[in-house]
Design a protein around this ligand. Structure first.
Ligand code: HEM
Length: 401
């Protein structure tokens, strides 16, 4: 029998949540990948994984790497939170099973077909509105935020008042996964302040008779979940469903603004729209990181990670690991991006991924019908968030047919 010896991981004092790293994390990812399969981050007392193999293996290892102690830096067992834990994201089997099954059934690509026509015409109308105001606009507000804000809150079935709270609420939630820096502290404060408004949207009386919220209420009537779970799942959708999709749409628009040849390919073959979105999710990873907690002593690579330790998975780095991807820094429509971990992997893999894909497809096809070329008119600016890769500005000029 061969005995494998366990090693101490290399240590690094890099701070992945500093503004400098959030602005451009890719060189840090390369450094961490090269340092080893597991790197101990001294500032945070966490075990970081930046290679595809270990990130993928950890995402599917829910038995040893749990989510219920929190998917952020904080160990939820030891610290009080400003909101109750998410029924899905911050739960392990068996508690995760029933709510996941119910929401999964509501959000299959098949059940989303009922929205296809209306989301495609909303996208068409949005593009017409934007172009009627001239060829120059900021793609972040004009397109990437505008489309999800037009279609998603209606699909959930929430009221129209206060919807401007949705983007900041999501932004703060994703910052709060790392509560120790300026972004995180702000995240907890603003998140608490907006929570009463969010909670008011989740009550059955406040929800439209048709939509994801109503579907969840119907599942509660059938006894598949409790009414309290139905309300909590509406809250989960409102926090997880918008800023993420906005980031994905920003990523794909940035990709086409900087790769005009790829835009040409998409225009010649619009069936590439779906691949384009997934390739952009791989290339930029709108959701950069998630944590797990070691439920037992667990071996990752050649490192023994002790029970109770926090493990930081760099999804974004796995998505550009040259051990897994050819020419990983290139946005390339010839690639098969399947297997990327931008939507996670395993039992927590994004339950809303088909929602994001449908929105992106609707927008890309509406743009492809009118726009020959995108050009940047100034620098692209990132919006810093502890968990998301987000954009503040993508200034564009478009050339029409
Ligand atoms: C481009 C857009 C999106 C990206 C990149 C994204 C990414 C992710 C990732 C990486 C996970 C895995 C979390 C983990 O393993 O701990 C996840 C889970 C989740 N996502 Fe998304 N997401 C997106 C859009 C959405 C949308 C539109 C919704 C809601 C309709 C949504 C709802 C959720 C929920 C509820 C979970 C938790 C699932 C579970 O734990 O079983 N996401 N997402």
């Amino acid at each position: 029998m061969t005995m494998l010896t366990l090693a101490d991981p290399p240590a690094s004092d890099l701070d992945p949540f500093s503004h400098e790293m959030l602005d451009n994390p890719f060189p840090m990812h390369a450094e961490l990948r090269e340092a080893g399969p597991v790197v101990y981050l001294t500032r945070y007392d966490v075990y970081a994984l930046a290679r595809y193999e270990q990130v993928h293996a950890s995402l599917v290892n829910w038995q040893q790497l749990e989510s219920s102690a929190g998917v952020g830096l904080t160990n939820l067992r030891r610290t009080e939170q400003f909101r109750p834990p998410s029924l899905l994201l911050e739960a392990d089997p068996p508690r995760h099973d029933a709510p996941r099954r119910v929401l999964g059934q509501i959000l299959t690509s098949r059940s989303l077909r009922r929205f296809r026509e209306s989301w495609f015409s909303e996208a068409e109308a949005l593009v017409a509105d934007v172009l009627s105001a001239g060829p120059e606009f900021d793609a972040v507000t004009a397109l990437a935020q505008a489309l999800p804000m037009r279609v998603f809150p209606d699909a959930v079935g929430i009221g129209t008042e206060g919807r401007e709270n949705l983007l900041p609420y999501g932004d703060h939630q994703f910052n709060a996964f790392v509560p120790t820096n300026d972004l995180g502290r702000n995240g907890e404060e603003r998140g608490s302040a907006l929570l009463p408004w969010i909670n008011a949207q989740t009550s059955r009386d406040a929800l439209a008779p048709v939509g994801f919220g109503a579907d969840l209420a119907a599942a509660a009537d059938r006894g598949d979940i409790t009414p309290g779970m139905a309300a909590a799942l509406v809250r989960t959708m409102l926090s997880a469903g918008i800023d993420t999709t906005v980031g994905g749409i920003c990523a794909v628009l940035c990709a086409f603004a900087t790769h005009p040849d790829q835009w040409q390919r998409l225009r010649e073959d619009p069936s590439l729209a779906r691949i384009a979105f997934d390739e952009a999710v791989r290339w930029q990873s709108p959701l950069q990181t998630f944590f797990r907690t070691a439920a037992v002593d667990v071996r990752i690579g050649d490192v023994a990670v002790p029970e109770g330790a926090k493990v930081l998975m760099f999804l974004a780095s796995a998505n550009r690991d040259p051990r897994r991807w050819d020419d990983p820094d290139q946005f390339d429509l010839s690639r098969d991006p399947s297997g990327h971990v931008g939507f996670g992997m395993g039992i927590h893999q994004c339950v809303g991924q088909h929602v994001a894909r449908l929105e992106a497809e609707a927008l890309l096809l509406a743009l492809a019908r009118r726009i020959r070329r995108f050009d940047l008119t100034g620098p692209v600016k990132q919006h810093h968030n502890n968990t998301l890769r987000a954009w503040e500005s993508i200034p564009l000029r478009v050339t029409l047919d």
